[in-house]
Design a protein around this ligand. Structure first.
Ligand code: 3PG
Length: 409
């Protein structure tokens, strides 16, 4: 029996294969390029191993079922992912492993991933997800509105918590640590959580429900302890930088019964993986893995409205991945963040709709009248768009919004 990884036009049973789509840039013809990936990531290598039997090939060999233009579709037998240990690291080592370094392929991009339910059921998925966040915040329909405490680093715990309080008084539902803040000497996690929790309690007593995501991105052996410290001090939400920590850090939190708060997922470093259109892993694939691993909210972009590079079609696909049917997993709240300010809310919501968490750091703290005014301006912008009123029109009776528009538009 020939060991041909090409199985063009074969219908793969989606319950028996992990199916990946790649775009490839190479001097090789697309079929050969697909075979290079399939063999490298399953039973082959650069030469024929004498130890590779027909039986092993038939059982475990990947199949290239489409190879056209610059696209290949490859199915990896589900048994290649079997066993009680391995998880997302093992999935990635196969579908996004050595293939990226093959010299014969100038560029390869993993653009989509379809997982069989029998594998997905091993993952926790979001415990709260979009609906859970809406319930906690008693905000059933409108976007969640948040801020990132700025400056990213440097504020001591009391001033940090005061920022959160001001943001809450301005009407924001969410705030968060920035991705670079964890437990630095100038703002240790324990003190910070304590101070923020006091302010969130105060806001609650004053009639405003708000949560703050505390960044506990750290080493694998420390992350559950960091979660304990945060939770013991009243944290209402945790945050991880999923790509620097790794998916298992997120999954460990999502699976731990003591972590009874939502997990906000930041994607710091994603540009190294997602930005080159010819190479890397697309954000929607990362979003699928985050949903499996248990993220409740995930940064997916601002559809070109903010400061970060955007591939709009991929951002729309990420939105679909988080909000669409995905096995039985709860929906994940898409987070739009990075260079946003009140003047961009209409443009953003025209694409995002209302199922989104809109966040602004500079766009709140940079308001001419400070954080509370900035928070009010952002809240007003969201209220305006939700009521179908133009921002400039709404600003006529909302001075905070007017000042923000005058500064940034
Ligand atoms: C983030 O965490 O998304 C960024 O820190 C956003 O900050 P910015 O709103 O000031 O761009």
């Amino acid at each position: 029996m020939s060991m041909d990884y090409l199985a063009l036009d074969e219908e793969l049973d989606p319950e028996e294969y992990v199916i990946c789509e790649y775009t490839v840039k190479s001097d090789l013809d697309i079929k050969t390029a697909g075979v290079r990936i399939a063999e490298e990531e399953s039973t082959g290598t650069w030469t024929h191993p004498t130890t590779l039997s027909d039986d092993i090939f038939q059982r475990y060999g990947a199949k290239v079922t489409e190879a056209k233009n610059d696209k290949v579709r490859i199915g990896y037998p589900v048994i290649d992912f079997s066993g009680d240990i391995g998880g997302i690291p093992q999935i990635l080592s196969i579908i996004a492993g050595n293939l990226f370094g093959l010299d014969s392929l100038e560029g390869v991009r993993l653009v989509n991933l379809e997982m069989p339910s029998k594998l997905v059921k091993n993952y926790p998925g979001p415990r709260f997800g979009l609906e859970g966040l809406r319930t906690i915040l008693n905000r059933p329909k409108k976007p969640l509105v948040g801020t990132i405490v700025k400056p990213k680093i440097g504020l001591p715990p009391k001033e940090f918590a005061d920022y959160v309080y001001q943001a809450g008084k301005g009407g924001l539902t969410n705030s968060k640590d920035d991705e670079t803040l964890v437990d630095q000497d100038f703002c240790p996690l324990e003190d910070r959580v304590n101070c923020v929790s006091e302010k969130l309690d105060l806001l609650q007593e004053e009639g405003h429900q708000m949560i703050h995501a505390h960044n506990i991105s750290t080493n694998a052996h420390e992350i559950l302890d960091a979660a304990d410290i945060a939770l013991e001090n009243g944290a209402r939400q945790l945050m991880v930088d999923v790509l620097t920590v790794g998916f298992p850090g997120l999954q460990a939190l999502a699976e731990d019964p003591s972590v009874d708060v939502p997990i906000h997922v930041h994607r710091a470093m994603h540009g190294a993986i997602t930005k080159n259109p010819d190479h890397g892993i697309s954000m929607p694939v990362i979003a699928k893995l985050v949903r499996m691993a248990g993220g409740d909210a995930l940064h997916t972009g601002t559809y070109g409205a903010g400061k970060m590079h955007a591939d709009i079609s991929e951002e729309l696909f990420s939105k679909e991945v988080l909000l669409g049917e995905e096995h039985d997993l709860k929906k994940v709240m898409p987070v739009s963040s990075g260079g946003l300010h009140p003047g961009l809310v209409q443009e953003l919501m025209d694409v995002s709709g209302k199922d989104v968490q809109i966040q602004a750091g500079g766009g709140v703290s940079g308001h001419p009248d400070g954080v509370m005014a900035g928070a009010k301006a952002l809240t007003q912008a969201v209220d305006a768009v939700c009521s179908g009123i133009g921002l400039r029109e709404y600003a006529k009776e909302h001075t905070e919004l007017k000042k923000a528009l005058d500064k940034w538009m």
